[in-house]
Design a protein. Structure first.
Length: 280
């Protein structure tokens, strides 16, 4: 009993710490919380907890409460630090670190896909994922944002926008903050939240919650029935997110330093993903 209780406590602390890391990195434009969750070996558990929320409420609520609490704490603790780094001289090296970190998770996703040999599918499915990320940039800016006096059509568009945001929250490789910028609603949402003007955001919020349940259900089934294509498309999402993080090629000594930080990010996340895979 004592050993079982200790194991549960360790798992709870680990869940909080992973949530803190994922929540903190989500404040970086271009970094996907889903990608980090997958690299940290917690993604499948998140998907299962959300999709089976009403079937196993006790276990799901406990796990999700620990994770969400950790993620919220991570955002609070790291948001200011990361914002300071990204607006100072360390901007480019920090972006290269996260670029390397995202790339460090790619081998793990490739292993999860179970590719035995390089054939057409190993290239086609990732290309589909990259294309889907690129298509997000073509959506009209501001279309799904809170608009006063827009009536029923405006509410329906916000619901749809919430579902699109939920897809970005659930799928690895898609940065939610970047998606909000691409949809042209980041400033509007932040302004409403800052002014505690929550009413215009309700339809968007309903769309997000509904979209999360819908997306996790679909994704869980795809992972069970078609694991290889699903993971390869997710790999494409991750590849598609890399250009958003790339700050350009620095000059002089900054190039060497940026290369070193990218290598450090890659090594850290690659080692972490290998350890998680071994533990599983």
């Amino acid at each position: 009993m004592w050993e079982k209780e200790n194991t549960m406590n360790r798992e709870g602390i680990t869940t909080i710490l992973k949530g803190m890391w994922i929540g903190g990195t989500m404040t970086v434009p271009g970094v996907s919380g889903g990608s980090m969750a997958m690299i940290m070996g917690i993604y499948d558990r998140l998907i299962t907890s959300v999709s089976s929320f009403f079937k196993h409420p006790k276990e799901s609520v406990t796990f999700l409460a620990l994770f969400v609490g950790g993620a919220g704490l991570g955002m609070i603790l790291f948001a200011r630090l990361i914002n300071t780094l990204l607006t100072g001289p360390a901007d480019i090296p920090v972006r290269f670190f996260f670029l390397g970190a995202v790339a460090g998770g790619v081998p793990m996703i490739y292993r999860e896909a179970g590719v035995k040999r390089l054939d057409a599918k190993a290239f086609i499915y990732p290309a589909v994922g990259i294309a889907l990320v690129a298509l997000l940039a073509l959506l009209p800016q501001g279309l799904f944002g809170p608009q006063e006096g827009a009536g029923l059509l405006g509410m329906l568009l916000q619901l749809l926008g919430g579902v699109i945001i939920a897809v970005g929250l659930v799928l690895p490789g898609i940065s939610v903050s970047q998606m909000l910028y691409m949809l042209g609603i980041y400033e509007g949402i932040m302004e409403n939240i800052g002014n505690l003007n929550i009413l215009p955001l309700i339809p968007l919020g309903i769309g997000v919650v509904g979209g999360i349940f819908l997306t996790t259900k679909v994704l869980e089934r795809l992972m069970e029935r078609h694991p290889q294509p699903t993971y390869l498309i997710i790999l494409g999402f991750m590849f598609g997110s890399l250009p958003e993080l790339f700050p350009g090629i620095p000059a002089g000594g900054a190039l060497v330093f940026s290369a070193l930080t990218a290598a450090a990010g890659f090594a850290a996340l690659y080692a972490m993903s290998r350890r998680e895979a071994a533990a599983a």
